[in-house]
Design a protein around this ligand. Sequence first.
Ligand code: ASP
Ligand code: MG
Length: 437
Amino acid sequence: MIVMKFGGSSVGNAERIRRAAQIVKSHSGDKPVVVVSGIGGVTDKLIEAASSAAKGGSRQKLSAIIAWHNDIVKQLGLDAGIIGNELTELAAFGEEIEQSKALPHATLDKAMSFGERLSARIFAAYLNSTGAEAKAYDAYDLGMLTDSNFGNADILPVAFSKLRTAFRQISCIPVVTGFIGKDKEGNITTVGRGGSDYTACILGAALRADEIQIWTNVNGIMTADPKVIDDARNIESISYEEEAELEFLGSKTLHPKGIRPAMENSIPVRILNTMQPEQEGTLICRDIKEDRRIASITSKEEIEVICVKNQRKLLENGMLLKIIRVLERKGIWIDLILTSKSGVTMTLNQSNGADISAVAKELEQLGDVTVKTNMAKISLVGKSITSIEGISGRILSAVGSIPIEAISVGGSETSESFIVRQEDAARAIRLLHTEFF
Ligand code: ASP
Ligand code: MG
């Protein structure tokens, strides 16, 4: 069997849903299990509506969401009743939030869950209307049990066997909600924004799928961002480690949690384009097919580089630990770091939007601080890249006269990264692409 996950843009409107359903039907011989995201953009709208409700007025926003879904149902020629229960529940839930005047994480997760619950019902009903036998399922009714970390929940190990047992009873094409689960107390949870990939990989691992297909709006993973490199090529296959490294370094093809369950169970994952289903896409697997060392170039834009300098034997005084403590308090961790006798240069990983100038102020107690803004980190990713002879030299000579702020070699076996000014980033990527691809 295979798992076929369709992201928000792949089910973005009636036309896209027709396409996606056609793709599912063309795979009916592979026993597909379908996983869907909410209709593209709906999660953001649900968050907005829930926030407005907590402040006392959400009617308009909720009505727009309801009308939007009803409209798609109508365009697909389906009976409005198929999502009637969910829409009634959504309206009532909006009122409940209005009365409580609060939006705790658990409430927000429940509000977000309507996106996937609605799209799964619409998708299954449409498949049925075209003669395929399908049924919508909320993942938690099939055993998708998570911890109670609302907004970023993780699957509980017992879920795998629960899911296996539940799916054994299903003979039609199941259309399962991505993104959501329930904790042991029965509260709805979500696994993190963009998390339907994670749901798909969990199901693929639990059901020992032959392949997990991630249907999206690109042809697969590319040698570089096609917005920067005109002749960026599609990668035929990439290893789990390379893919995980790419996600860590800034690429956004798959949810970072997604690949783990597939990797642990050696289930191949294929990235495919809903708009061009005839393309091969990119296969993420244990052993790559082609003979190549470097997979892709990726970058993180508009980052800050912080230098802390202290002439008095910085590292010997436990300075590094003190710096880390400051960052930890702000919920920031170090991304790339270079140390010397008198100073530390680092880039920071701030997913929580922490205020860098406040951090710099605190660090000033430890030494002279400079913050360089508008920088970019460029990374080359490839299996055992660091063992390629002369790799750093080739990188440096490829980028030629572009000033490099910092270069990190050997921190990971799978990547080499360096920092340039943002204004030089596109040119540096182009030069590297010409050198290595
Ligand atoms: N609908 C959710 C989101 O927008 C999950 C997903 O699309 O994967 O984050
Ligand atoms: Mg996504």
